[in-house]
Write a protein that binds this ligand. Structure first.
Ligand code: OGA
Ligand code: NI
Length: 367
């Protein structure tokens, strides 16, 4: 690796950060050892072959333009119980805006390295251009670079922390953020109704309109000469509330773990959002809705871009299961507290939620 592809070694990371884009450009036919996953985690392991299931082998699609709102809520409710994932179509965000947001971010990852590195991030806040999550030295790395930024609360949003190039990016991101927040509020209302609660309950638990958190992680997965050995993002559940994922319009890569433990490759509907339940909604719904593991495979032929929009409870609010939903399976915790673990250790399957549940169980046993 040439030294020009290493940057940002001193900004709080345990070792120099190498951009996957630079690795992809220079590594030839063999990826570095750091990106090679243990055999059981590789996309080619046996759990990756879907079992029998016929057409039931993809996540549900929900049409948000159905005139019957109760029916829409029921469809989302069923999807959140069974899959933790669904796609929404006719969601009201203009396709032109989706294209503009995608094109702007693709444009950022095509800027020269010297431009991208102006925004290099650190593990203190993760805001900016990054290539890893977690600060453990020498661990496995994923085959992807990203850009992380905040949209809500307003006090955390700062255009200066967003790329100034390409020149369309800030405006497109601002407008995209506003529209996707509106969509999240609509979906959150339907999920509340699906849970049998008043429509505003989840929203209130997130801090009320204007009190929520929202941030975005734009993922860029360069071409990979050995896609069978690595992952763009290893298996994880999303730590936040609700995720709205806008994927590449032509390259697949997202896989979701279904009820039988098999990895299912999502077939994205053009211009749909892929919606998934995060850990905070699993907690608030007392596990009625599942925050399901997913991962990303990469391609030898094509790079891939995705925009993951995270809609979260205000970070200093205690989050606990809604009392109507039975004896609590999880202890109360703020999203700040929850996220602190992940920022140190990185994402790792569903380890974090399981640890919480175990803590709640032993606390009950001891009392
Ligand atoms: C994520 C994520 C999926 C994708 O950013 O949390 O799961 O397809 N991304 O990029
Ligand atoms: Ni995710």
């Amino acid at each position: 690796m040439s030294s020009s592809s290493c940057f940002n070694g001193g900004a709080g990371w345990p070792e120099p950060v190498v951009r996957v884009q630079a690795v992809s450009d220079t590594c030839g036919e063999t990826i570095p050892e750091r990106y090679v996953k243990p055999p059981s985690e590789r996309p080619t392991s046996s759990s990756s072959q879907p079992g029998p299931g016929g057409n039931n082998n993809d996540i549900p699609v929900v049409d948000m333009s159905m005139p019957d709102a109760a029916e829409t809520a029921r469809a989302m409710d069923a999807a959140c119980r069974e899959w933790g994932f669904f796609q929404v179509v006719n969601h009201g965000v203009r396709p032109e805006l989706l294209r503009r947001a995608r094109a702007s971010w693709r444009g950022f990852f095509r800027q020269p390295a010297s431009v991208r590195e102006r925004y290099a991030n650190s593990p203190a806040t993760y805001e900016g251009y990054g290539s890893r999550l977690g600060t453990a030295k020498g661990g496995h790395l994923d085959w992807g670079d990203y850009y992380f930024l905040h949209l809500l609360p307003p006090a955390l949003k700062s255009h200066h922390k967003w790329p100034s190039l390409p020149s369309t990016l800030r405006e497109a991101t601002e407008e995209y953020g506003e529209e996707v927040v509106k969509l999240c509020r609509r979906v959150t209302r339907m999920l509340s109704e699906g849970l049998g609660l008043d429509g505003g309950r989840l929203q209130a638990a997130f801090g009320g309109e204007g009190g929520e958190g929202a941030c975005m992680r734009v993922n860029f997965y360069p071409r990979c000469p050995q896609p069978e050995l690595t992952l763009g993002v290893a298996a994880h559940s999303d730590p936040g509330g609700l995720t709205m994922l806008l994927v590449d319009d032509h390259v697949r890569g997202l896989q979701v773990r279904n009820k039988d433990g098999h990895w299912i490759t999502v077939d994205p509907v053009p211009d749909a959002f892929i919606v998934n339940v995060g850990d905070q909604i699993q907690v608030l719904s007392n596990a009625a809705y599942k925050s399901v593991e997913h991962r990303v495979t990469v391609s030898a032929a094509e790079e891939r871009l995705s925009l993951a929009f995270f809609y979260n409870p205000r970070s200093d609010l205690p989050v606990a299961p809604m009392p109507e939903l039975g004896p609590p399976l999880y202890p109360e915790m703020t999203f700040d507290e929850y996220r602190a673990h992940i920022r140190r250790r990185g994402l790792s399957g569903k380890a974090q939620l399981q640890a919480l549940q175990t803590a709640a169980r032993s606390a009950r046993a001891a009392s």
